[in-house]
Design a protein around this ligand. Structure first.
Ligand code: ATP
Ligand code: MG
Length: 702
């Protein structure tokens, strides 16, 4: 079976509560797969009685694949899945008990936002004050506070139809379509297990063994389900690594894993994935976290190439270097699939994608969308295309009602018919018939004027400025800002950066105009999509969890971007430590060769200078081979930036919030600060129904 003694022990400890706590690459996931096979092959348990939970759907597929090669009795069953997908399977069978149809719908975040907007609008909530995202957060907090009660009160078909506020209205809208969001899947499952004895009896007797991978990222409610489903026999096998807990920001609670009282505890400490150098870099970094359970990892593998700190003069140079390194290595016999490029935030992929395309290197963006195919990018490019020519019907359809201009499907249909009959484009048809009663709306007139004004600027303004102008004038920028779509805004800024780059490259040639830009960009949007599995993989670090690659580039290691200062501002030390765990995850994905990459230049948002990430200086000097010319002044810059941020946080911590500051509380909802009691360190907060004295840690500033 190819397992070491401790791994074998974990495989064979089938009964009771068993915990494997171990660092990256120590074979936790491998143990899980072997244990499944052991249960099926040696103990004789049917796969239908084993529940094996992974963190993502991709990981579940991979687990199924591995297990199917080991389990001789053919059918590997459906219960190798994520916790949400298990709940969905459970509910398809059981949800009839509370009056829902088997084909209930599952809504994602986007659907949820649409419902939220409807509820908010009906209750006159101004979207500039409370965004749909915040509204959904408050609904989630409301649900999470007493999950069983909210189901009972609002989501059973017999519940009262009165909707006294927007939250209840939102739930009512959900019920109307029998729609469950991801949290509901879990809560509904728990609800049915608690309230229906025969369902509980059936499932707790059916599922005899439960195993969970990456358990450090489970929430308290996930754990409730694990305990509920194993209440008969207690056969719960959990594996995880507290140093890889990277989802506390969305409610995971790794402490439950650390405090878990197991009958059998197994620690694995041999790493089979990485070379000693890579492992040492990882260990040095994670040791900077104070809040952790110390553990050691060793490896008997041999070193290959030293870990590199790649310092480039610009992000363009950083990307070009990476692309050419991959190109060279492939010429020497490596495969494209041996490489992974990891980043903290998805906007960072743009520069790399362009460099890879230039060298015809095939790549895929895992769990994400290629930069030039992202929604907001296509939206803006569609505006530009319409500015360039009236003829682009596809672009017209995309933007005519974005932001909303009361131009619905019916109007579009009518306009299409006219365009068809007159053999013109939609845009021209609109121009010609703007005085028709159907189209004569101020919003549409403004749209025509906007496009014409933009057209008048073509050739005078550089494309980047024109785009900025369009974002402002069309209201598109505001749309993303009001919805607090942070990632979309980052991507738009990055798009404008790419335009500036294009302009710099073309200045001498005098053809940095809109049409040539759109033509160049079309090469990226229509990039080759052949179904080649041999591709360089690009992904966010969050998505890389549990995976491994021979050669890894961690890019954008710039202080502020990674660690992300927003995360630190919001969650202080917890935020910083979670960023560092993310770095630990990134580094430990590498098997043979690791590149830690960053570059000089300016930060996106505010034009401040870029400095190398603090994580790079946490590795002892000499361990990293520096590629590129790294001025010592830059290191001092990092230290300066870190201390400035710490100072700011420290002052912020002491200063009470001003009266009038809007805050939210998990139970009482939104309120306004009316005073501060310095001796009690508590705030007087006025909520809708009452005024309370509360400690700051339960309040979130809005
Ligand atoms: P992570 O914390 O990153 O999820 P992990 O602890 O789950 O890592 P695995 O992915 O299971 O680690 O294993 C890491 C690599 O080591 C895999 O390629 C696996 O096949 C290999 N491996 C694990 N145990 C052994 C062993 N006893 N002999 C040989 N190879 C092993
Ligand atoms: Mg794993």
């Amino acid at each position: 079976m190819n397992l070491n003694t401790r791994q074998q022990q974990a495989v064979e400890a089938t009964e009771g509560r068993v915990r494997v706590i171990a660092g990256a690459g120590s074979g936790k996931t491998r143990v899980l797969a072997h244990r499944y096979a052991f249960l099926a092959n040696e103990v004789g348990i049917s796969p239908g009685n084993i529940l094996c939970l992974t963190f993502t759907n991709k990981a579940a597929q991979e687990m199924k694949r591995r297990i199917s090669t080991m389990v001789d009795r053919g059918s590997v069953n459906d219960f190798i899945c994520t916790i949400h997908s298990f709940c969905a399977k459970f509910l398809r069978k059981e949800i009839y008990r509370i009056g829902y149809p088997r084909n209930f719908t599952i809504i994602d975040e986007e659907d949820g936002k649409a419902l939220a907007r409807q509820a908010m609008q009906e209750f006159g909530i101004d979207r500039r004050k409370t965004t749909a995202e915040r509204f959904l957060k408050s609904v989630a907090a409301y649900k999470g506070y007493e999950p069983m009660q909210y189901i009972q009160k609002h989501l059973l078909p017999c519940s009262s139809s009165e909707a006294p506020d927007a939250t209840v209205r939102y739930l009512r809208l959900q019920l109307k379509q029998f729609a469950l969001d991801y949290d509901d899947l879990l809560y509904f499952t728990l609800y049915i297990l608690q309230h229906f004895d025969d369902a509980r009896k059936y499932w707790t007797e059916k599922i005899n063994y439960v195993m969970v991978d990456e358990v450090q990222d489970c929430t308290g409610d996930d754990w409730k389900l694990l305990h509920a489903i194993t209440e008969n026999h207690g056969n719960l096998f959990v594996v995880g690594d507290p140093d890889q807990a990277i989802y506390e920001w969305r409610g995971a609670n790794p402490k439950i894993f650390v405090d878990f009282k197991a009958h059998t505890d197994i620690i694995l400490n041999e790493n089979y994935r990485s070379t000693p150098d890579i492992l040492e870099v990882a260990n040095h970094i994670i040791e900077h976290n104070h809040n952790r359970v110390k553990k050691e990892l060793f490896t008997v593998k041999l070193n290959e190439r030293q870990v590199v700190h790649l310092h480039a003069k610009s992000d363009k140079e950083e990307a070009a270097f990476i692309a050419s390194r991959i190109d060279d290595a492939v010429k020497e016999g490596m495969g494209y699939g041996d490489f992974a490029i990891l980043y903290r935030s998805s906007f960072l992929s743009r520069q790399i994608e362009q460099s890879l395309l230039k060298l015809h290197i095939p790549y895929s963006v895992w769990g994400g969308v290629r930069f030039f195919e992202r929604k907001e990018i296509k939206d803006v490019l569609s505006y530009l295309r319409i500015v360039a020519t009236d003829n682009d019907d596809l672009s017209f359809r995309r933007i005519i009602n974005l932001p909303a201009r009361k131009f619905g499907d019916a109007s579009l249909k009518a306009l299409s018919a006219i365009a068809e009959e007159e053999d013109t484009s939609l845009m021209t048809a609109l121009r010609n018939h703007i005085d028709d009663k159907r189209f004569s709306k101020p919003t549409l007139r403004n749209f025509l004027k906007l496009i014409d004004d933009a057209r008048a600027r073509v050739g005078i303004m550089p494309v980047s400025e024109l785009t900025d102008w369009i974002l402002k004038e069309s209201g598109l920028g505001d749309l993303y800002r009001t919805d607090e779509e942070e990632e979309r805004l980052e991507n738009l800024t990055e798009l404008i950066n790419s335009m500036k780059e294009f302009e710099e490259g073309r200045i001498d040639e005098g053809d940095a105009d809109l049409t040539s830009y759109l033509q160049e960009i079309a090469l990226y949007t229509n990039a080759d999509r052949s179904n080649d599995s041999e591709r360089v993989r690009m992904m966010t670090i969050h998505q890389s969890k549990g995976l491994e690659f021979p050669e890894v580039f961690v890019i954008g290691l710039t202080e502020g971007i990674f660690p992300n200062h927003r995360a630190i501002r919001e969650r202080r030390q917890d935020g910083e430590e979670e960023e560092r765990r993310l770095m630990y995850v990134a580094v430990t994905r590498a098997e043979r060769m690791l590149w830690l990459c960053e570059s000089e230049g300016y930060m996106n948002e505010n034009g401040a200078l870029k400095f190398p990430s603090r994580f790079l200086s946490e590795v002892p000097e000499g361990m990293l081979r520096v590629e590129g010319k790294l001025d010592p002044v830059l290191k001092a810059g990092t230290a300066g930036l870190v201390s400035m941020l710490n100072q700011e946080l420290c002052e912020d911590g002491e200063k009470p919030w001003d009266n009038g500051t809007r805050v939210s509380h998990k139970i009482f909802g939104e309120g306004v600060i009316e005073g501060y009691d310095a001796s009690a360190k508590s705030y007087k907060v006025r909520f809708n129904a009452s005024t309370r004295n509360l400690l700051p840690h339960v309040l979130t500033r809005l």
